[in-house]
Design a protein around this ligand. Structure first.
Ligand SMILES: [Zn+2]
Length: 75
């Protein structure tokens, strides 16, 4: 996969993301992604982006101050 930012080569990797939800913080770990070797830009495939949306929606119901989700366990 090519990097949309610099055109470099992006390779499969995993990452973590922290999202401020207003009422609390959501941390998603072990998210499969592509990472650019040149500039370090991170990309998600459509499926992964959708799953992150789902997780975000589910966490809104929980309303905890800090929620840590392991992507590998919910996907
Ligand atoms: Zn790049």
């Amino acid at each position: 996969m090519k990097c949309g930012k610099c055109g470099g080569e992006a390779v499969e990797s995993t990452t973590s993301e922290a999202m401020e939800m207003g009422f609390g913080l959501l941390v998603v770990r072990h998210i499969p992604c592509f990472k650019c070797r040149d500039c370090g830009e991170i990309f998600y495939t459509g499926d992964v982006a959708e799953k992150i949306e789902e997780i975000t929606e589910a966490v809104k119901q929980l309303m905890q101050e800090v929620t840590i989700i392991d992507f590998a366990k919910v996907a």
